[in-house]
Design a protein around this ligand. Structure first.
Ligand SMILES: Cc1cc2nc3c(=O)[nH]c(=O)nc-3n(C[C@H](O)[C@H](O)[C@H](O)COP(=O)(O)OP(=O)(O)OC[C@H]3O[C@@H](n4cnc5c(N)ncnc54)[C@H](O)[C@@H]3O)c2cc1C
Length: 490
């Protein structure tokens, strides 16, 4: 039995220091929870996709005609896969949640364009469009609240369950396991882009929430739907492209200089849906961003990072490729963010059901605002009733399959997993490729099961990556048709 230390108990434990987790913590405090503990694998406010996001929050305007128009677009992008009730709830309440944020004095600028301006009519973003401006502001608020204890660098490993309700969380602090008892828990630990060799995600996103939920019997949904983002420069420096740039003269070209999106098949050209552009790029060699038709004045104002790269490397092509970006699937989302495990609430990218087969641009950050707030409030109500104590048996149950530590380095297995997923389970999928991927994952799993890890963090990471990779590959194999971001050619 590994040595496990008891940490002080909390009314509410939040897992994840991205926007969803931080909003949940602040909203729980507002709802009267006396003490919140926030565990974050990376530094809260400095980790997760919220930090690297472009900070673009889009939402349905508070006007009947425009709201209906947004609802139809939101539904259409899901290809019939999303939970219609949760989708309608989001469309109805997102503007209110964003409006409520205005009074919080956060560095968000709201832009309201004239009615009829089309899909960009309502949005809020930071200036410049960098997620970290918002995450840092929220972290400062959290630091100013003496009722929130933040533990940076702590990795949640498993939920501890007593009498069918949550009683706490087992977490890794350095090389030590600790039990964090809590009356209620909010899980907001983001997605799993790192199952792929090419991703826009930060390195801490390894599917931990999906694995933790499944290990205590909770279902997952829509795991085959992973969004691949076509707007990422990977050389000479990494940068995300704000898609509006294509309305201002930028174009994609292949290695032969051909603008391959300029055909009747793609009436919206580079601004086709993300999945369509990603597939077109995936089939080409040497895709690069050509800025010849774009004014420097626009670039400096709206995309200063790209303007800088253009100046620093005037003779080099800005090479672009699609990368794994967003998980539409996850733990089924409900309007009150509850789950089938009493006392466990979920919000943010770890959830599934809101976006279905594809996500509409700008909706993920708005989602963290609306559902982060709800998860915090609902968990606050549940946290008023004390949880049973975490027993040694509950800890032993989850640590049952943790191996004895040793000297094994897991870097090679992780690299193999990410490569297999990129080759066979990414933008374009085939039956034989998916079967091959599952075979290869089984062989990685067998080696993993026999290992004695030198580093517990790396072991947990690979456990969660393997679980998530298999869930995605299996779901993709079970869906023979192409839908949204899931594309099968046989
Ligand atoms: C490059 C990029 C640009 C984007 N731009 C936009 C945009 O402009 N608009 C938009 O709507 N969406 C955008 N998105 C998507 C959006 O950023 C994310 O969906 C959203 O930020 C997710 O927020 P979250 O709080 O759920 O998770 P994250 O922000 O990813 O945070 C997860 C947190 O959980 C922690 N964590 C993970 N595992 C554990 C564990 N086991 N124990 C403890 N802590 C853990 C992490 O360290 C991190 O702090 C973008 C995504 C990327 C990658």
């Amino acid at each position: 039995m590994k040595r496990v230390i008891d940490a002080p108990s909390s009314s509410l434990l939040v897992i994840g220091g991205g926007l969803a987790g931080m909003y949940a913590a602040l909203s729980a405090r507002k709802a009267g929870v006396p003490d919140v503990t926030l565990l974050s694998k990376g530094r809260a406010g400095g980790s997760g996709n919220s930090v690297v996001a472009m900070s673009v929050h889009r939402f349905a305007p508070d006007a009947p005609g425009l709201r209906e128009e947004y609802r139809l677009r939101f539904r259409a992008s899901s290809a019939g896969i999303q939970d219609p009730e949760i989708a309608d709830f989001f469309v109805e309440h997102a503007a209110g949640a964003m409006e409520a944020l205005k009074s919080c004095d956060l560095p968000l600028h709201y832009r309201t364009l004239p009615e009829g301006a089309g899909q960009y009519d309502y949005l809020a973003c930071c200036d410049p469009k960098q997620g970290r401006i918002l995450t840092q502001a929220l972290r400062s608020r959290i630091d100013a609240d003496s009722g929130i204890r933040v533990l940076d660098g702590v990795t949640a490993c498993d939920f501890l369950v007593e009498h069918n309700r949550i009683a706490g969380v087992l977490a890794l602090c350095g090389e030590e396991f600790q039990v964090f008892p809590a009356n209620a828990v909010v899980l907001a630990c983001g997605g799993a882009g790192n199952i792929y060799a090419a991703t826009s995600n930060t390195s801490d996103l390894t599917g931990d929430g999906y694995c933790m939920a499944a290990r205590c019997g909770l279902p997952l949904r829509d795991m085959e739907f992973v969004q691949f983002y076509p707007y990422r420069i990977y050389a000479p420096r990494r940068a995300d492209i704000f898609p509006d740039i294509f309305e201002h003269g930028a174009v994609f070209r292949n290695a032969r200089g051909i603008r391959f999106m300029d055909t009747p098949q793609y009436p919206k050209k580079e601004l086709e849906n993300r999945d369509v552009v990603a597939r077109a790029m995936f089939r080409e060699e040497g895709v690069h961003l050509d800025l010849t038709g774009c004014s420097m004045e626009y670039l400096e104002r709206e995309c200063p990072n790209i303007a800088r790269m253009h100046r620093d490397f005037p003779d080099q092509p800005l090479l672009v490729r699609p990368v794994a970006h967003f998980f539409m699937g996850g733990i089924p989302l409900r309007q009150d963010c509850s789950t089938d495990l009493a006392g466990l609430y979920v919000c943010g990218e770890v959830t599934g059901g809101l976006h279905g087969a594809n996500r509409l641009a700008g909706s993920a950050l708005t989602e963290t605002v609306l559902f982060g707030g709800i998860a915090g409030r609902e968990a606050a109500r549940f946290a008023a009733s004390p949880a049973p104590a975490c027993s040694a048996q509950a800890v032993a149950r989850v640590m049952d399959d943790y191996p004895v530590s040793g000297t094994d380095d897991l870097t090679g297995l992780k690299r193999r997993l990410r490569q297999v997923m990129w080759e066979h389970v990414s933008v374009i999928r085939t039956r034989s490729g998916l079967e091959q991927a599952l075979q290869e994952l089984a062989s990685i799993q067998a080696e993993f099961s026999a290992c004695h890890p030198a580093d517990w963090k790396a072991w947990l990471q690979l456990r969660n990556l393997l679980f998530t990779a298999e869930a995605v590959a299996r779901a993709a194999l079970q869906r023979p048709e192409s839908l949204g971001a899931h594309y099968r050619i046989n």
